[in-house]
Design a protein. Structure first.
Length: 135
């Protein structure tokens, strides 16, 4: 993701020695999310799947993804950039909390070896972006 240090696949313990930990980890679907303190991680958490010690995902609640800024871009803007091949999901309150997304809808698309999930509120405004490895 633009502006985020290269952390995917790296050991979370080693990363937190470098970037420090802002809060205790919290549950996230199938694992935990960690909150590095460094300025580059403002509004960003790192996901680690259960049974892994390495970062398997990045959840950004504050990011500009090639002109699609959280709290500004609409679902229509994102669909235009994603092109075809995406899937739309409904995110009720339970699912949203489970995945760290807003209640509303999400667009998901596989890009190479990564899964991109874009979360929209009930007004179709982009609120979160989650990138994970598809392995």
């Amino acid at each position: 993701l633009p502006g985020v240090p290269d952390v995917m696949g790296k050991n979370i313990t080693e990363l937190l020695k470098t970037y420090k930990e802002l809060n205790d980890p919290e549950a996230l679907a199938g694992g935990e999310q960690y909150f590095p303190e460094a300025p580059a991680f403002r509004g960003i958490s790192l996901a680690v799947r259960d049974g892994s010690e390495n970062v398997t995902g990045i959840l950004a609640r504050r990011i500009d993804l090639y002109g699609l800024a959280t709290d500004q871009a609409t679902k229509k803007d994102c669909i235009k950039l994603l092109g075809e091949g995406y899937t739309e999901l409904t995110m009720d309150q339970n699912a949203a909390e489970h995945y760290g997304m807003p209640a509303g809808t999400a667009l998901t698309k596989t890009i190479g070896s990564y899964q991109l999930l874009m979360g929209f509120d009930e007004n179709d405004i982009l609120r979160a972006v989650y990138l994970s490895n598809s392995n």
